[in-house]
Design a protein around this ligand. Structure first.
Ligand code: 6PG
Length: 243
């Protein structure tokens, strides 16, 4: 798997490095295209980064020209503590001067995940087409202990998806809310860059697997199938990198 691995002393340092990468990606995108599209991830790891984006970086990014999307969502109301949108809203979105229309949550209120997935895909396709963009600028991702990323789980048929950008999926047992909506590999790989945030001893095995995965067994470790247009960066803290 091609990618660049960087190791940091702890989650705080890793989050600071991610914020700096986002700032750089944003400046480049605004200079070249006048808009920066950032896909957010859920889970626990990005919270420290989101807090940094709301504080230290709050006035360093031109939020009016930033558009936020989500890589996956649990099919729960936005008021649920399981909602990725809610986590991002509470830690960061509610605290930055971003216009409401620039935030694009995954809909979870239609009662039918497949229909909501389709409407999110339509929203993204129209957004990109109007601006003549091929895909997103930067996608933030996490890595599950089983090698999943976004809501792309090992062995799921959605890993073969070639056309659809957004899909309704069922997470395996043991991952909280099982009904999910996720970006597929074509959507994630449309991005210029992917930034993985990997922290803590619990990730050691998955990090090792990710590094050692070869093309032939990549479906067992979906994170290894992330190959965006320009680069993949794995930001890893020492605890996760130890063997
Ligand atoms: C989600 C995610 C998921 C997450 C990983 C890592 O909604 O659960 O998008 O892919 O990034 O499970 O999660 P942690 O950061 O909590 O370990």
């Amino acid at each position: 798997v091609r990618g660049e691995l960087r190791i940091y002393p702890d989650l705080q340092a890793l989050s600071a490095a991610a914020a700096a990468e986002i700032l750089k990606g944003c400046e480049n995108a605004l200079g070249e295209r006048g808009v920066f599209t950032l896909v957010l991830s859920g889970g626990y790891t990005p919270r420290a980064l989101y807090q940094l984006l709301a504080t230290e970086y709050g006035d360093r990014l031109s939020w009016r020209r930033v558009h936020l999307f989500f890589g996956d969502e649990r099919y729960v109301p936005v008021s649920s503590p399981e909602s990725n949108y809610r986590m991002a809203y509470d830690t960061f979105i509610s605290r930055i001067p971003i216009p409401e229309g620039n935030v694009h949550p995954i809909p979870t209120d239609g009662g039918d995940p497949a229909a909501d997935a389709e409407s999110y895909e339509d929203e993204i396709k129209v957004f990109l087409a109007v601006r003549e963009l091929e895909g997103f600028d930067l996608v933030l991702l996490g890595l599950g202990e089983d090698g999943h990323t976004a809501s792309l789980y090992p062995g799921d048929p959605v890993l073969d998806e070639k056309e659809r950008w957004i899909a309704a999926v069922t997470a395996p047992p043991g991952h909280g809310t099982r009904r999910r909506i996720t970006m597929t590999l074509p959507a994630i790989n449309s991005a210029r860059q992917a930034l993985f945030l990997l922290s803590g001893a619990g990730k050691r095995k998955a990090v090792k697997e990710l590094i050692e995965t070869t093309a032939s067994d990549a479906k067992a470790c979906p994170a290894a199938l992330v190959q965006p247009r320009e680069r993949v960066l794995w930001l890893v803290d020492k605890e996760a990198a130890l063997r």
